[in-house]
Design a protein around this ligand. Structure first.
Ligand SMILES: Cc1cc2nc3c(=O)[nH]c(=O)nc-3n(C[C@H](O)[C@H](O)[C@H](O)COP(=O)(O)OP(=O)(O)OC[C@H]3O[C@@H](n4cnc5c(N)ncnc54)[C@H](O)[C@@H]3O)c2cc1C
Length: 397
């Protein structure tokens, strides 16, 4: 088998890359080890409405509900409300992730991409260190797939990068361990994504409630692996649900457990190789949201691949157009948010409470450093000293 591009993984990063590569003239194969695209779902399913501007998904079947905004609760329950536009990449729509992924795959196939399910990449195919494709296994059948470019879109557990010699190892302090129930028989009439913070609620992470309808929501927790131990995520989540009047009578219709990288991104190109999505660690280190970056990064990757095919140049030098492109689009934000993550981790619950109290009544037109300082000066001037590192980071960004 010989293709221009072999993409490992049919998540959003893989299918969007495939679609834009095919639209740029490349012959593309995606291999996926699962038997159904997007299943099982491993996601809170929140995404910003800015994806409407990108026109990558047709119809509305992938939308479960549309959100008005987000509410963030500090450890003592103080609530800060943000509009959907300001709430970040994870609030706007709550989606049916399996339909979302399958719609992106449909668009890829429409553009000419071929997809093989039940097909596991087992190794990189190399000739004197030059990447020439992948070795794959489809049920009992083993075979080589040759390609000029290999794309690692193989998610958080990515092996493609490692096989190419890129250090993709995640330290426990850069990994969120998560679990989530989809609960029904609950009260979710408000169209808000809720986030609950606090060292006792979710050390190094948060609990989320993302409504999928009036009586259904994804209720999940993410904990920093370095602050967690076996079974802790589920225990804390169960405890939270049992005490929340809206949720305590809920019944689960789905349970999932997974992990999210909250690190800095890795090197994303080598000769004949590109990494995209979670495999490239392109996730927001504060929220753990990765979907919008898969779409943005996948498009840039696909278009760069188109250029490489046109020029028959598969060198890291040409492919680095992709790295420059995604760094411009969202790389600075990831870098800044990684620093902010470290600062927030050092904060006591008391500081988070004071911060929330300072800004709870602010009607944010935009979250500016100046706006934050004004609110703090009015309410808790002593906080200013503690938040100096945060101000410095947001000023630099
Ligand atoms: C609990 C949880 C909640 C989350 N909530 C949100 C949220 O609300 N909003 C948000 O934006 N993000 C969220 N995320 C993150 C989001 O799910 C990821 O950023 C996104 O799925 C990354 O997409 P991807 O295409 O890079 O990888 P994936 O979607 O993980 O796809 C990778 C694919 O590669 C396949 N694969 C892996 N290895 C091989 C191989 N060797 N051969 C063949 N196929 C292979 C896998 O089977 C998989 O289908 C959440 C993650 C978790 C775990």
């Amino acid at each position: 088998m010989k293709y221009d591009v072999i993409i490992v993984g049919s998540g959003p990063a893989g299918t969007v890359t495939g679609r834009f590569a095919a639209e740029s003239g490349a012959k593309v194969l995606i291999i996926e080890r699962r038997q159904e695209i997007g299943v099982p779902v491993l996601c809170g399913e929140g995404i910003s409405r800015k994806i409407d501007n990108w026109g990558m998904l047709e119809g509305k079947k992938w939308i479960a509900s549309t959100m008005d905004g987000a509410r963030i609760y500090s450890p003592d329950g103080t609530m800060v409300t943000l509009s959907a536009e300001l709430a970040g990449n994870e609030t706007g729509y709550v989606v049916h992730r399996e339909i979302f992924d399958q719609e992106l795959a449909r668009q890829a196939v429409k553009a000419g991409v071929k997809i093989m399910l039940n097909t596991n990449a087992t190794e990189l195919l190399k000739e004197k260190d030059k990447i020439k494709g992948v070795k794959a296994k489809h049920f009992d059948e083993e075979f080589d797939i040759e390609a000029d470019i290999v794309v690692g879109a193989d998610g958080v557990e990515s092996r493609i990068g490692k096989w190419a010699g890129i250090n993709t190892t995640l330290k426990p302090e850069d990994l969120e361990t998560c679990c989530q129930y989809t609960l029904t028989n609950i009260d979710c009439k408000d169209a808000y994504c809720d986030f609950y913070l606090g060292k006792e609620i979710a050390p190094g992470g948060y609990i989320w409630v993302f409504p999928k309808g009036e009586d259904v929501a994804n209720v999940g927790i993410g904990l920093l692996a370095s602050l967690s131990e076996s079974g802790m995520a589920k225990k804390l989540l169960d405890n939270f649900i049992s005490k929340d009047p809206r949720l305590k009578n809920g019944s689960p219709i789905r349970f999932l457990a997974g992990a999210v990288p909250v690190s800095n991104p890795v090197e994303t190109v080598r000769d004949n190789l590109i990494l995209v999505g979670d495999a490239a660690r392109q996730v927001d280190p504060i929220t753990g949201g990765g979907l919008t970056h898969c779409l943005e990064g996948g498009k840039i990757a696909g278009e760069t691949i188109g250029k490489a095919i046109e020029n028959q140049d598969f060198s890291a030098e040409l492919l680095s157009e992709y790295e420059t492109g995604w760094k411009e689009a969202f790389g600075k934000k990831i870098k800044r948010n990684y620093m902010v993550k470290e600062i927030i981790l050092d904060m006591e619950d008391k500081t988070l409470n004071m911060l929330a109290d300072s800004i709870k009544d602010v009607k944010f037109d935009e979250i500016s450093t100046l706006g934050l300082i004004k609110a703090l000066v009015l309410k808790h001037p002593t906080l200013l000293m503690k938040l100096r590192p945060l101000m410095k980071v947001s000023k630099e960004a």
